[in-house]
Design a binder for this molecule. Structure first.
Ligand SMILES: [Zn+2]
Length: 474
């Protein structure tokens, strides 16, 4: 998400010291920010440049202290010196959702929220006198009537309404943002966040919900908001009654149909992907296994099963077909899913930066590894660089990169059977991640190397020349 900038460290304790040469200066004008781009990265003015343009005059007091990142301080500037406009240009603040580096985008949008607060709180709302900055905390006070103002942060909820295998998605009416999103709304005075969830869901789609569970929160400076994410379950009737002033559309999506999008900015998208990549058993285990067995016990023996049998398995049963043998896959645990998502995010970031041709995917996705009817695998993560192999609903042939996260029930299969299958099929690199032992085993089939790493390491994907890496500390 936009605020996840580790290993960079954001510190917003208020300590209004004077800027030094390296201090970053933010200048805003309405929805615009003064910035330039170098090699696709944002570059902001620093204090040293500013001093030069003011002919040695110390302008330090004209600038408002914001926060630090990794000890470097950030300031809000007021009047842009003329000669700055030659070098830097004005860009819409949307740039903070679209560019990098991420920690500067986060700094830029956080600075913008503070800019708007300072800009709209110049005078006392009670007596009209000019407000002053407090020395000790981020507060403005009126020297005449002692009225105090604190930064504006509006709490709002993001709500994932689930019903078994389904998630409710909506599109906003009359907004710039056109993609599917979760329901959202601001908290009103006098209600708890749980009340906000119930009220917003009822107002926007006319549904009752239960089992409201907190997920994560996110500062969202674009709208002065502190977003608080909740999952909840449908309670009763599933008929959607749309509030057409707020929403253009809302409907239920089966887990598999949820549009997958790679972005690492919003809490909404993370919650959608967490739901999409987790699986839930609808029936008790015993019943589930029994039913499944009768389904494929067609008189065949191990080694004789084909894709026809594989496709005939019940939809909610996750299995793989390897050389004519059907193997059940355990339902992933939440640790498995969290790890999968974190690794996928990091690999995708690396790929996006370096190689336009390759595409990352995560389970469940069928891989017809040997292009025959005896084998169909579902790796946890795979990267495919030859787009010809990407077919409707499956990958046809060997991916370039495969990663499996071990669990007790798949350990032997992943480490022995699938290792041999991947190597023989022409997979270039295979990672086995062992969350029990905090180890990553990297098989570089191209060079014939095997490397073993701990979770304290940053592991690089060899086939991308180290451009793609995963920091397991995260
Ligand atoms: Zn006043």
């Amino acid at each position: 998400m936009i605020q996840d900038i580790a290993p960079h460290q954001f510190k917003n304790e208020y300590m209004p010291v004077l800027p030094v040469n390296e201090s970053t200066m933010f200048f805003y004008d309405g929805r615009r920010v003064l910035v330039k781009k170098e090699n696709g990265n944002l570059v902001f003015p620093v204090y040293e440049e500013l001093k030069g343009s003011l002919g040695g005059k110390n302008p330090g007091k004209e600038y408002t202290y914001l926060f630090t990142i990794d000890g470097r301080s950030f300031y809000l500037g007021e009047d842009v010196p003329e000669d700055f406009l030659l070098d830097y240009g004005w860009e819409d603040i949307r740039i903070f959702r679209e560019t990098g580096p991420k920690y500067l985008c986060f700094a830029g949008i956080t600075g913008w929220q503070l800019y708007r607060w300072y800009d709209t709180h110049k005078l006392c709302g009670r007596c009209g006198s000019r407000l002053k900055k407090d020395e000790k905390e981020r507060m403005l006070y009126c020297p005449e009537c002692k009225h105090m103002e604190y930064p504006k942060i509006c709490p709002a909820v993001i709500v994932a309404v689930t019903d078994g295998n389904r998630l409710l998605l909506s599109k906003y009416a009359g907004r710039e943002y056109k993609k599917y999103a979760l329901l959202a709304g601001f908290a009103e005075i006098g209600e708890t966040l749980e009340d906000t969830v119930r009220r917003e869901v009822m107002e926007e789609v006319g549904l009752k919900v239960k089992n409201i569970t907190y997920y994560k929160s996110q500062p969202w400076s674009f709208t002065d908001t502190l977003l608080v994410g909740f999952f909840c379950e449908l309670d009763g009737d599933d008929t959607v009654t749309l509030d057409e002033n707020e929403l253009a559309l809302a409907r239920w999506f089966e887990r598999e149909e949820i549009p997958a999008e790679y972005e690492d900015v919003s809490l909404t998208n993370e919650m959608m992907m967490v739901f999409k990549t987790s699986r839930e058993k609808k029936q008790p285990q015993a019943l589930y296994v029994k039913e499944a067995q009768t389904e494929y016990q067609t008189g065949k023996r191990d080694g004789e099963y084909t894709l026809e049998d594989y496709y005939a398995l019940p939809d909610d049963r996750r299995a793989e077909l390897i050389d004519g043998v059907i193997y059940d896959m355990a339902s992933p645990t939440s640790i498995h899913q969290a790890l999968l998502w974190q690794i996928f995010k990091q690999l995708s970031e690396g790929i996006e930066k370096k190689n336009g041709q390759c595409m990352p995917f995560f389970a469940p996705l069928d891989v017809q590894l040997d292009c025959d009817d005896k084998t169909m695998l579902q790796p946890d993560i795979l990267i495919v660089c030859d787009r010809e192999k990407i077919r409707k609903g499956k990958i046809y042939g060997a991916p370039d990169f495969v990663l499996e996260i071990l669990s007790d029930s798949t350990r032997k299969r992943d480490m022995v059977i699938k290792l041999a299958k991947y190597a023989a099929a022409g997979v270039r690199e295979y990672w086995i991640v062992d969350p029990d032992k905090n180890k990553v085993i990297v098989h570089d089939f191209e060079k014939g190397n095997v490397g073993i790493y701990g979770f304290e390491h940053v592991v690089k994907a060899e086939i991308f020349g180290g451009a793609c890496e995963v920091d397991f500390k995260k």
